[in-house]
Every structure is written in structure tokens, then in C-alpha cells.
Design a binder for this molecule. Structure first.
Ligand code: ADP
Ligand code: MG
Length: 339
């Protein structure tokens, strides 16, 4: 990996610290800005053009900012902001409410008992599980396996539901999924027919695909979204140092859309991420995931995958809110993920 790339990647962390603080507490809702009372279509399109394309973005803005950036009048701006704020539930809920919501969480087996145990029983709905690691560490294979496992009966670690797979690296392989399905005694054709796949050609396309995905997810037949990988398109589309703030802003939006779907529709989200060598780390493993704080803060579970001998892989759980950090060993074989 080129040194320059790493330097700008590290800079992303610094850029984020200054530019994304105010966004961190934003909780997204699915109301469109066109739905806001008092916002005309003309105003909505000016807001959209300037990047204020969500209700939250407007709710957290200042009238003077909208006047300057979107070229709308002060009164119009104030009206839009008030309307946006009124739609947002900016209050509290009880711990009991949170507990009830969490009671709907389902866990999907990864195929490895050890890896499941590390994650507290498998990958969860209402959460984002991120796997980062070098090429060949097993990130995509886990994604394929989950697409099969999600379809299994609940008492076998599935959710009796379908999956959606956003492939940004061109590495989705239906043949491999068929092989994994066969190893589970499932009908490969039927399994493949329950997976919706889209190839994203760049980061804008990737974001658009996710926006469109909601129509499908709403129907309730999908319980897993895989994005493999979350960062590569953003990385190649925003190479210059001057573009880092924009890249992080877009990535932030993308990941929050995923989080919103996870919560709202009780789906599991599995994303993969590339790594770079961080020359600033003098002791220990210098391997660092791409995406800076934005991914670190938004992913609920982060797994660092490493290759060991032959088919063996080591997964390390980092920064979990409710599970101890630890390691698991699993295998990637012809049959898929196993112990
Ligand atoms: P990445 O982390 O880059 O996404 P993958 O998850 O695709 O990597 O892992 C690729 C590795 O998975 C291969 O190097 C190989 O070890 C293993 N693998 C992939 N397909 C098979 C298969 N059909 N049989 C056995 N092992 C496989
Ligand atoms: Mg891969």
C-alpha cells in the first residue's frame, strides 16, 4: 500500500474530529424532506441540491446557514427547520422501552460455535457487525455463509428470511454460495433465489442502492444486509487529501442509513472493511481498519480477522458494548465457515 494513501487515511481521523462532531447524535428517521409541512417542492429541491437531503440534516441546521448555502429566504429557512424539528422525537424513552425493543433481537449463527460465542450467540439484528482484515482473511466468506444461514430454521440459528448483498468489489460468487448451501443440505437454487444481489460501481451508486433497498426491506422478507466492502468505493472515489472531509461525510450518511434499517426493520447488518498499516503505531499490530472514527463509532461489533495455519482464521472482538474482548478460532473450508 502506498505511503501517501495511509497518510491521507490517517488525516481522515483528524478531519472527522473537527467536522463530524455535531452529526454524531443525529438519530435518523425515514421521513422525506418533501413531506415537511410548509416546504415547497422548489425549496425542497434547493435543499437537496445543497446536500440537506434528510429531515435530520435540516433539523440540525441554522437558518443563516440554509440562507447562505441554499439561497432560500430567511423565513422559508426557519419554517423548514421548525417543521423538521417538530417531526423528530428528540426526547427520552424509558429503559423498559429499550429493553422491549431489544427483546426482538434475533441472532444468526456464523457457522462456527466459537465465533458465535465470541459474538454472544451470533450476529445480531438491530446491530452492525463489521469484519476487517487483510485480503483472504475470510471477510467475504462469512458474508456468503450468513446469506445461507439466515435462511435456516430459527432453532438452527437462522431467521427463516432472505438476504440482500451489496457487492462493491465484484467478489460475490453464487457458485460458492451454492456450495455452502449444499453443505447444509439446502437446495442451492432456492437459497440463491432468496438473496438479492447488487453490484455497486462507485460510492454514489452504493448509496443509491441502499436508498432503493428500503422498498424491499420494508416488505419484511429480508433479515440480513451484507455490504462487501463498505469502504473500498469511497476510498477510490475520494483519493485526494482535500476530499477527505466529503468522503467521511458521505460514509457517515451511508452507515447511518444502515443503522436506521437495522433498528427500524429488525435486520442484521454485516459489513466488511479493508485495512491499512498505521505507521503511527510503534508497538503491537499496526493493522488499522479504514474509515476512521465514523465506522469505529457506528459498528456495534467489530471483528478483526487474521489468517492462521491452513484453513484456520483468528477473529478478535474489539470494542463491544456488552461483550468482553476476546478471540475465537474458526475455519474456512469447502463447506464454508465452521469450527
Ligand atoms: P476476504 O477477507 O479478502 O474477503 P475471503 O473471505 O474471500 O477473503 O476468503 C478467501 C479465502 O477463503 C481463500 O483464500 C480460501 O482460503 C477460502 N476459500 C474460499 N473459497 C473456498 C472454497 N471453495 N473452499 C475452501 N476454501 C475457500
Ligand atoms: Mg472479500
Amino acid at each position: 500500500m502506498a505511503k501517501g494513501e495511509n497518510a491521507s487515511e490517517l488525516e481522515a481521523v483528524a478531519v472527522e474530529e473537527t467536522s463530524s462532531k455535531k452529526k454524531e447524535t443525529v438519530e435518523e428517521k425515514l421521513l422525506e424532506i418533501e413531506d415537511l409541512p410548509g416546504v415547497s417542492d422548489a425549496t425542497a429541491s434547493k435543499l437537496r441540491e445543497a446536500g440537506y437531503d434528510t429531515v435530520e440534516a435540516i433539523a440540525f441546521s441554522m437558518p443563516s446557514e440554509l440562507v447562505e448555502v441554499c439561497g432560500i429566504g430567511e423565513a422559508t429557512a426557519a419554517k423548514a427547520i421548525n417543521a423538521a424539528r417538530a417531526t423528530m422525537d428528540m426526547g427520552f424513552e424509558t429503559g423498559t422501552d429499550v429493553l422491549h425493543r431489544r427483546e426482538n433481537i434475533e441472532k444468526i449463527t456464523t457457522g462456527s460455535n466459537e465465533l458465535d460465542a465470541l459474538l454472544g450467540g451470533g450476529i445480531e439484528t438491530q446491530a452492525i457487525t463489521e469484519a476487517f482484515g487483510k485480503f483472504g482473511s475470510g471477510k467475504s466468506q462469512i458474508g456468503f455463509q450468513l446469506c445461507v444461514n439466515i435462511q435456516m430454521p430459527k432453532d438452527q440459528g437462522g431467521a427463516e428470511a432472505g438476504a440482500m448483498f451489496i457487492d462493491t468489489e465484484g467478489t460475490f460468487r453464487p457458485e460458492r454460495i451454492a456450495q455452502i448451501a449444499l453443505a447444509k443440505n439446502l437446495n442451492p437454487e432456492q437459497v440463491l433465489s432468496n438473496i438479492l444481489v447488487a453490484r455497486a460501481y462507485n460510492s454514489d451508486h452504493q448509496m443509491l442502492l441502499l436508498d432503493k433497498a428500503e422498498e424491499e426491506i420494508k416488505k419484511g422478507a429480508i433479515k440480513l444486509i451484507v455490504v462487501d466492502s463498505i469502504t473500498s468505493a469511497f476510498r477510490s472515489d475520494y483519493m485526494g487529501r482535500g476530499q477527505l472531509a466529503e468522503r467521511q461525510m458521505k460514509l457517515n450518511k451511508h452507515i447511518h442509513t444502515l443503522l436506521k434499517f437495522a433498528d427500524k426493520y429488525n435486520v442484521a447488518v454485516y459489513i466488511t472493511n479493508q485495512v491499512m498499516d498505521n505507521p503511527g503505531i510503534l508497538f503491537g499490530d499496526p493493522t488499522t481498519p479504514i474509515g476512521g472514527h465514523i465506522l469505529a463509532h457506528t459498528s456495534t461489533y467489530r471483528l478483526y480477522l487474521r489468517r492462521s495455519k491452513e484453513t484456520r482464521r483468528i477473529a478478535k472482538l474489539v470494542d463491544s458494548p456488552n461483550m468482553p474482548d476476546g478471540e475465537a478460532i474458526f475455519n474456512v473450508t469447502e463447506k464454508g465457515i465452521g469450527d
